[in-house]
Design a protein around this ligand. Structure first.
Ligand SMILES: O=C(O)CCCC[C@@H]1SC[C@@H]2NC(=O)N[C@@H]21
Length: 342
C-alpha cells in the first residue's frame, strides 16, 4: 500500500512533438496526485523525453510505432506502479489531454466494477483511457459495448496473425467482461462525467494477456489453439504494446461510428462477439406472494442498451440487473418492451 510519502513516477510520451508540448503544458499546470479525496494522495513526478527512460516494462515507443489513430493514445503515460490508472485519469481529468492512455505494470489499488478490487498479476495489460465524446446521452451506455468490441476484435486480429487466420475462443460476457474458454480473462470499467458539452469518459480495462493465473490468458489460449490446429512451430506471444495499439486503432474508428450513426452499424459484429445470442435465462418473479419461474431467450440489445429477451409466447422484454448480484445473469428483472405499431 502506498503512503503519502511515496512518489509515483510516470513517464509521458507522445506521438508528435506538438502533442508532447500540449501534454506538457496541461499536465504541468498543477500538481498531479494519484487520487484526490483520499487521506493520502501521493504526488506524481512526471518525466518527459529525453529523460523519460521508461521505468515500466511497457515500451511506449513500440506502442506509438503501431498506433494509427488521430487522437486516441497519442499521449501515453507509463509507470511501474501506481494505485490505479483509472483513479489517476478520473481524478485529474481536467489536467490530462483528451485521448491520453495510462498503462501500469502494477496497481496497488486497482478498481473493479461496484466495490470490487482488481488484482494485477504480472503479465496483465492494465490501462485507462480518457476520451471526450460529444454524443446524445442515450448513446452513452454503448461506449462500454464499443470498448468491449474493440478489445475482442483486437484480440482476434492478433490471434489470426498467429493462427493462420483462425480465431481464439474469446468473447464478451455482457455487459463488461471478457471471457476465454468460459473463464473470465478481463474486465472493462467505464466512468463518465458531463462537462463543457461533452462526456469525459475514462475507459479502463484489465486484460489477462500473459498471466496464466488466476484463470487463463490470451497467450495461453492462442498456444492451445495453435496446438489444436496442429500448426507448425510455436505461436509467438502477443506483446502488450501491439495489443493496446490494435485496441485503440479499433476504438477510435468505432467511436467515430457511434457518434455519427449510433450503435446499430456495429450491432451485428457485437452480437457475433458476445456469448449470449439464444441464451436461455430463468427469471424468478414474485407474483401474489409466491415465486414463479419465467423462461426467456436472449435476442440482443434494446435501444437503451439492456438485454432484449423473448418469453415463450414471443413477447419482448428488457432485462435489467436487480443491482444485488455481481453476476448480471442472476437476479435479472424484466420490463415489457413496447412493440412499435401494437
Ligand atoms: O471486471 C471489472 O470489474 C472491471 C475491471 C477493470 C480493471 C481495470 S485495470 C486498469 C484500470 N485501472 C483500474 O483500477 N481498473 C481498471
Amino acid at each position: 500500500m502506498q503512503t503519502s510519502s511515496t512518489i509515483t513516477r510516470i513517464d509521458v510520451y507522445a506521438k508528435t512533438q506538438n502533442a508532447l508540448q500540449v501534454a506538457k503544458t496541461l499536465l504541468l499546470k498543477e500538481q498531479l496526485v494519484t487520487a484526490r479525496g483520499v487521506p493520502t494522495p501521493a504526488p506524481v513526478q512526471l518525466h518527459f523525453p529525453p529523460d523519460a527512460q521508461s521505468q515500466s516494462a511497457f515500451d511506449a515507443q513500440a506502442f506509438l510505432a503501431r498506433l494509427a489513430t488521430q487522437n486516441l493514445g497519442s499521449t501515453i503515460m507509463t509507470t511501474a506502479e501506481l494505485p490505479s490508472t483509472q483513479t489517476l485519469l478520473h481524478d485529474n481529468a481536467s489536467m490530462i489531454p483528451d485521448g491520453t492512455v495510462c498503462v501500469a505494470d502494477r496497481q496497488v489499488m486497482g478498481k473493479g466494477r461496484g466495490h470490487n478490487t482488481w488484482h494485477s498479476p504480472p503479465g496483465c495489460l492494465m490501462f485507462s483511457l480518457l476520451t471526450h465524446i460529444k454524443l446524445p446521452g442515450v448513446r452513452l451506455p454503448f461506449v462500454q459495448y464499443v470498448a468491449s468490441l474493440a478489445i475482442v476484435q483486437a484480440v482476434q486480429e492478433q490471434a489470426k496473425e498467429r493462427l493462420q487466420g483462425h480465431e481464439v475462443d474469446v468473447k464478451i460476457k455482457w455487459p463488461n467482461d471478457l471471457y476465454g474458454s468460459k473463464l473470465k480473462i478481463g474486465g472493462i470499467l467505464c466512468q463518465s462525467v458531463y462537462r463543457d458539452q461533452a462526456f469525459h469518459v475514462v475507459i479502463g480495462a484489465g486484460i489477462n494477456l500473459s498471466n496464466w493465473q488466476p484463470t487463463t490468458c490470451i497467450n495461453e489460449l492462442i498456444d492451445q489453439q495453435h496446438s489444436r490446429l496442429c500448426l507448425p512451430g510455436t505461436a509467438s506471444g502477443v506483446a502488450p504494446e501491439a495489443l493496446l495499439a490494435a485496441i485503440l486503432n479499433n476504438l477510435e474508428r468505432m467511436m467515430g461510428i457511434l457518434v455519427k450513426d449510433g450503435f446499430s452499424p456495429m450491432e451485428p459484429a457485437y452480437l457475433q462477439a458476445w456469448l449470449h445470442s439464444g441464451q436461455q435465462v430463468l427469471l424468478e418473479e414474485e407474483v401474489d406472494g409466491s415465486t414463479r419461474q419465467v423462461q426467456l431467450v436472449v435476442q440482443g440489445l434494446t435501444p437503451s442498451g439492456y438485454l432484449k429477451a423473448l418469453d415463450q409466447s414471443g413477447q419482448p422484454f428488457e432485462l435489467h440487473p436487480d443491482g444485488n448480484s455481481l453476476d448480471f445473469f442472476k437476479g435479472l428483472v424484466r420490463k415489457k418492451v413496447a412493440v412499435p405499431g401494437s
